[in-house]
Write a protein that binds this ligand. Structure first.
Ligand SMILES: Nc1ncnc2c1ncn2[C@@H]1O[C@H](COP(=O)(O)OP(=O)(O)OP(=O)(O)O)[C@@H](O)[C@H]1O
Ligand SMILES: [Mg+2]
Length: 258
């Protein structure tokens, strides 16, 4: 089982989009996946529409027993191979600025108790680096950072990388940053080109390629609750190919580590 968190300091840069895109790519290949919705906004849960869950991430962060995990995880509308650990607004109460080590370990314990164990766990983090995201990092083997090529991108990525590094040193020596996904890339934007070069100069090979282009298919597929690999437009195919490459990279990084 490989566990990856998708995070950013800023909101609205594409964490949920990357989580759903990777889940779609994994589904296409028959890789069993659990999407953990750590964000109190619960956007991933809204798109994936798990039915009949009787507990949520808030209960898991309170008491991650085998029974609670079983009640919180359900198959998504995408089928049995993509399950969801449902998000909840109530998760906000677990977002204390200075949590204890015990609290930070709860998702890690819960993820180890998913039955049956999936091949891949994707954790969609909220737009902050507080306790919820730290719970995700403590539970993860890999961290995927997301940014737009815009003003303050460098600082945002730097802060997120520091959070990954801190959690690695404090409690999770197996955690590695996979890299930075640059989202909503538009060709022929001079400003974006400048910001992209800035990111490349500072973070070098950690900046993943290809970029994720800005395509309306992403919003359309998400709104319809359909995996991007099943959305029948050229834009969707282009985006799906980027997620295939990203999934390859994620799986390769795991096989190198073992
Ligand atoms: N490459 C893209 N092309 C077009 N639309 C996109 C792209 N990436 C994201 N979006 C849209 O932008 C909005 C924000 O994206 P998303 O929800 O993935 O960001 P987020 O980082 O998860 O946000 P939050 O911090 O609020 O959780 C969504 O409506 C999404 O469909
Ligand atoms: Mg989100």
């Amino acid at each position: 089982m490989l566990v990856a968190s998708v995070l950013s300091l800023k909101g609205g840069v594409g964490k949920t989009t990357v989580t759903l895109g990777l889940a779609s790519a994994a589904r296409q290949r028959g890789i069993s996946t659990v999407v953990v919705d750590l964000d109190p906004q619960s956007n991933a849960t809204t798109t994936l529409e798990p039915q009949g869950f009787e507990a949520t991430i808030a209960d898991v962060l309170g008491n991650p027993t085998v029974a609670v995990m079983a009640l919180a995880i359900r198959p998504s509308a995408w089928g049995e191979s993509v399950r969801v650990l449902a998000g909840s607004e109530a998760a906000e109460r677990h977002n204390n600025p200075d949590p204890s080590r015990t609290r930070l370990n709860r998702l890690r314990i819960g993820v180890g108790r998913i039955y049956p164990a999936p091949d891949l766990v994707l954790i969609d983090c909220p737009p902050s680096l507080g306790q919820l995201t730290r719970n995700g990092l403590v539970a993860s083997d890999r961290a995927i950072l997301v940014t737009e090529p815009a003003l303050y991108a460098v600082t945002g990525v730097q802060r997120a990388l520091e959070a990954v590094h801190d959690e690695r040193v404090r409690s999770n020596p197996g955690l590695r940053p996979l890299g930075v996904v640059v989202n909503r890339a538009r060709t022929r934007s001079v400003e974006q080109e400048y910001r992209y070069t800035e990111l490349k100069d500072l973070f070098g090979p950690l900046v993943l390629s290809p970029n994720l282009p800005d395509r309306s298919a992403i919003q359309q597929a998400q709104g319809a609750g359909i995996p991007i690999h099943d959305w029948p437009t050229a834009g969707a195919r282009e985006v799906a190919a980027v997620f295939d490459t990203l999934l390859d990279r994620l799986l390769r990084s795991a096989s190198r580590a073992t």
